[in-house]
Ligand binder design. Structure first.
Ligand SMILES: *Cc1c(COP(=O)(O)O)cnc(C)c1O
Length: 382
């Protein structure tokens, strides 16, 4: 029996045909499909006043976002200790210092009260991240940033296609970052995007993504290039390729189907699992969201046994994430009280969640979890 994987990309003949077309076009680098992909993203986030640039990965997008925010060596960036390593690496790439903040026990978002105690005269920016189906309260974040004169990088790698209070993610934050990596809800194999507010920042993003070249993207979007241009600053090789963008375009066209089937699977999980006293399910009705994960929290002492039990039944599980300060590289970073993050790091578990998921699989996984905990009760009693 093959395992039920945690992630399963939705790749159909549409994506395969688009990939072939882009290869047959013969312009392999950044070109017309990238323009089309950016236009599709802009359509989803419904923000005509924002500027979208596609880049090679979500991590590249975070790096570019930190540079746009003006974060420099010696500056501090406050970030939740419950986040993806990519965020910490990006901060390290710009030479800034990570300051770890705890997450909130209920939402798993950065605890803004605790963040308040971590601000110093070196703090330049904060990174907030939407964990799965819980979208950060941006009203609160914005007030915090204004009070302390900070830039906000909104890591929305989990929340493309979600909304907050009716506003699409990507339409309201200072600098917003998306990922379209192999496991994200919308994939282009590897890809990311940076959304900024001004044309000037957009120009900077586009120089940073292509070796600092001041070559207008509009020329490349016609599958052509300008051979003469200036370079004024350090840049990277972070542009998106036509092949990737062609796949991304087809994926975004399926967004509604992807979102509705992931919501249905998530609701079904919660329906089954919320009644189990040992299991803590996400505090969400899954309205307005495009869920990336389905996570639960279980008692720390049961988690590994549960993972083994599920594995024996052919069910794969994941851990998102190990907290940042647990890694050797970042263990000595400045931090506040991280007691919630430490607990969550030992309790969190990701269950299989796929686009177009057969609900019978959700039932199968839920039944196995329910069985695990009822076996435990019986064996304790006996
Ligand atoms: C996936 C992810 C990233 C990194 O994106 P890549 O495209 O894999 O580089 C960053 N932050 C979060 C929260 C993510 O889930």
């Amino acid at each position: 029996m093959s395992d039920i994987p945690v992630f399963k990309p939705l790749i159909t003949q549409d994506e395969i045909s688009a990939a072939v077309e882009s290869l047959e076009m013969g312009w392999l680098g950044m070109g017309s499909y990238v323009a089309e992909f950016e236009a599709k993203i802009a359509e989803v986030i419904q923000a005509p006043d924002r500027h979208v640039s596609a880049v090679s990965t979500g991590t590249a997008a975070l790096h570019v976002a930190l540079l746009v925010a003006g974060v420099e060596p010696g500056d501090e960036v406050i970030v939740s200790a419950f986040n993806c390593s990519a965020d910490y690496q990006a901060i390290s790439w710009v030479g800034a210092d990570i300051v770890f903040c705890d997450c909130d026990d209920d939402t798993l978002e950065m605890d803004m009260d605790k963040a308040e105690t971590l601000v110093s005269n070196k703090t330049k920016a904060i990174i907030i991240m939407d964990y799965d189906c819980i979208i950060s309260d941006y009203d609160r974040v914005d007030a915090f940033a204004k009070k302390h004169d900070l830039r906000v990088i909104h890591d929305a790698c989990h929340s493309f296609g979600s909304s907050f209070k009716g506003k699409p993610v990507g339409s309201y934050s200072d600098i917003c970052v998306f990922s379209f990596d192999p496991v994200k809800t919308i994939t282009c194999l590897d890809g990311g995007a940076v959304v900024v507010r001004t044309e000037e920042e957009q120009k900077y993003v586009r120089e940073l993504r292509l070796l600092g070249m001041q070559q207008p993207s509009e020329v490349m979007y016609q599958n052509k290039r300008a051979w003469t241009f200036d370079v004024e600053r350090v840049g990277f090789r972070y542009h998106m390729l036509n092949l990737h963008a062609a796949i991304g375009v087809r994926q975004i066209e399926k967004l509604e189907q992807i979102r509705s089937t992931r919501v249905a699977a998530s609701r079904r999980y919660s329906e089954h699992l919320a009644p189990i006293s040992e299991v803590r399910t996400p505090n969400s009705e899954f309205n307005e969201v495009n869920p990336f994960l389905y996570y639960i929290r279980v008692p720390a002492e049961d988690r590994d046994d549960l993972r083994t039990y599920l594995k024996e039944k052919g069910i794969d599980t994941g851990i998102h994430w190990q907290p940042g300060h647990w890694f050797s590289l970042w263990k000595d970073c400045r931090k506040g009280d991280l007691s919630v993050t430490d607990a969550v790091g030992n309790e969190i578990l990701s269950l299989p969640l796929h686009s177009m998921m057969d609900l019978a699989l959700v039932d199968q996984v839920s039944d196995a979890i329910s069985q695990f905990f009822s076996n435990k009760v019986t064996s304790h009693d006996g």
